[in-house]
Design a protein around this ligand. Structure first.
Ligand SMILES: Nc1ncnc2c1ncn2[C@@H]1O[C@H](COP(=O)(O)OP(=O)(O)OP(=O)(O)O)[C@@H](O)[C@H]1O
Ligand SMILES: [Mg+2]
Length: 154
């Protein structure tokens, strides 16, 4: 496990610019946890990332659906928001377990809501809020995650 690194994002435009760079380092199978309070910018990051990959449709928050799926730039992407996830039995019955198939790129908001069910992350990004500024703390836990972060800082 490597040291986390921090990125300072002074405004929303900076978050979008970061997401655009991050988008191009994604590889099939990555599991990415997005941690941080309500309104921290997790969905903003995913939306910008999808747009950077060429997705032109609407990217809505999976607040109620819990997961949205996208096929873009040769990647199958799953965007989870587990804030309202309560029932552990649903993990299997809703097919969530099958989504972590080593091919889908899975971006997961509120991963703590399904701890013990979710596979471990390759990367976690923690958002800290200070008015319009955001401080991201980014951590790789696997070789695949580290490869992605190396590309990001290259
Ligand atoms: N630097 C910034 N980066 C990202 N968003 C910012 C920034 N500054 C302000 N914002 C605002 O913060 C809000 C972030 O909302 P967003 O839906 O992305 O949060 P979220 O982390 O997904 O929340 P939730 O946990 O409720 O899903 C937006 O209204 C956005 O305009
Ligand atoms: Mg969100």
């Amino acid at each position: 496990m490597n040291q986390p690194f921090a990125i300072h994002l002074p405004n929303e435009a900076a978050t979008i610019a970061f997401a655009t760079r991050f988008a191009h380092t994604l590889r099939p199978g990555l599991v990415i946890y997005l941690r941080g309070d309500l309104g921290a910018g997790k969905t903003t990051l995913v939306r910008a990332l999808l747009q950077a990959l060429g997705y032109t449709g609407r990217v809505k928050s999976p607040t109620y659906t819990l997961v949205e799926q996208y096929a873009v730039a040769g990647l199958n992407l799953r965007h989870f928001d587990l804030y309202r996830f309560r029932d552990a039995d649903e993990w299997e019955s809703a097919g969530f377990r099958d989504e972590f198939d080593g091919n889908n790129v899975c971006l997961v908001e509120w991963p703590e809501q399904a701890s013990g069910l979710l596979p471990l992350a390759d990367i976690s990004i923690t958002f800290n809020i200070l008015q319009d500024e955001r401080e991201l703390s980014i951590h790789a836990y696997t070789d695949a995650g580290q490869t992605c972060l190396n590309a990001l800082s290259a």
